[in-house]
Design a protein around this ligand. Structure first.
Ligand code: SAM
Length: 287
């Protein structure tokens, strides 16, 4: 098992935790279709025991908990104690008693032999420096024949709003644009073939990777920026070292560029996600 990438205190996502949780209804409606498809691909059904990795504020955790019902259970894990605390609160507020949480780096879950029926991760795996290790860790937590489904961003050209946010933030921060596919970044698993190759290397069979359109509908680009300014940890992190005025200039620049997605009904930002899934083969190499 790989060591945790960093001590689990003071994670970047701690600063975006309240924002992401506060925007739960926006996130849930944005990701409703792909989340339903992720749960179906993972064969999540009544009575199932499910591992949810990089669970965040628990949007998909709650969907899973409802689907498995009182005879099933969900273990939600995340590297950020702060956002995971909000997942607990949100599950309790939804009246669910079949959700438990565990703070854990996806790359060192420590759940080998736990025998989960299914494991999922929505918009989390791409942030791992070693996504293969994370998938191997998820594999060891599954029962033989258990299913896995993950959702990640596809390529920059299919996610123009995210690409604008990244390139503009880097430019204002005076940082060179790194490869958009650098490990641990938003598009790190978006190149064709990468996710399928990792699933195969982690011991999964019956592998499928499908693109999924996930447009975000909002009244205006300002509403999108309000979401990103409080919840978009990777962009917030790039701008954090800048003085307040320089940060504001960067957000204004982004908003002006994002206005190109305004339409007669308000604003619609295109996004494309990848839904990858597989079944655990009978024998799995340990991580
Ligand atoms: C974009 S949010 C997605 C949260 C949730 N899955 C959702 O879709 O609403 C990304 C999450 O990944 C978590 N994360 C990032 N790197 C991680 C790692 N190495 N191990 C576990 N969680 C991680 C963050 O703390 C954050 O909660």
């Amino acid at each position: 098992m790989a060591p945790a990438a960093a001590p689990l205190q003071n994670q970047p996502w701690d600063k975006a935790a309240e924002g992401w949780s506060r925007h739960s209804s926006l996130v849930n409606s944005w990701l409703r279709d792909v989340t339903g498809a992720m749960l179906s691909s993972a064969d999540i059904a009544e009575g199932g025991r499910v591992l949810d990795v990089a669970a965040g504020a628990g949007g998909q955790t709650i969907d899973i908990a409802r689907r498995v019902g009182p005879s099933g259970a969900v273990l939600a894990t995340d590297i950020s104690a702060r956002i995971l605390g909000l997942a607990s609160e949100n599950a309790a507020a939804a009246g669910l008693s079949n959700v438990t949480t565990q703070i854990a780096d996806a790359q060192s879950l420590g759940l080998a032999g736990a025998g989960f029926d299914a494991a999922v991760s929505r918009l989390g795996l791409m942030f791992c420096q070693q996504p293969l290790v994370a998938l191997q860790e998820m594999a060891t937590a599954l029962r033989p024949g258990g299913r896995l489904a993950v959702v990640v961003f596809s390529q920059p050209q299919s996610n123009p709003c995210v690409a604008i946010l990244m390139s503009t933030a880097l430019r204002h921060a005076g940082r060179a644009a790194a490869s958009p596919f650098a490990p641990g970044t938003l598009f790190s698993l978006g190149k064709p073939g990468v996710l399928a190759g990792l699933l195969e290397a982690a011991g999964f069979s019956d592998i499928k990777v499908e693109p999924f359109a996930a447009p975000m509908h909002l009244p205006s680009s300002r509403h999108y920026l309000d979401f990103i300014r409080s919840s978009g940890s990777p962009i917030m992190e790039i701008l954090a070292p800048l003085p307040a005025k320089a940060q504001n200039d960067a957000w204004t620049d982004m908003q002006e560029q994002l206005n190109r997605f305004a339409n007669a009904d308000g604003w619609c930002g295109p996004n494309e996600l990848l839904l990858g899934s597989g079944r655990l083969a009978a024998t799995v190499a340990s991580a």
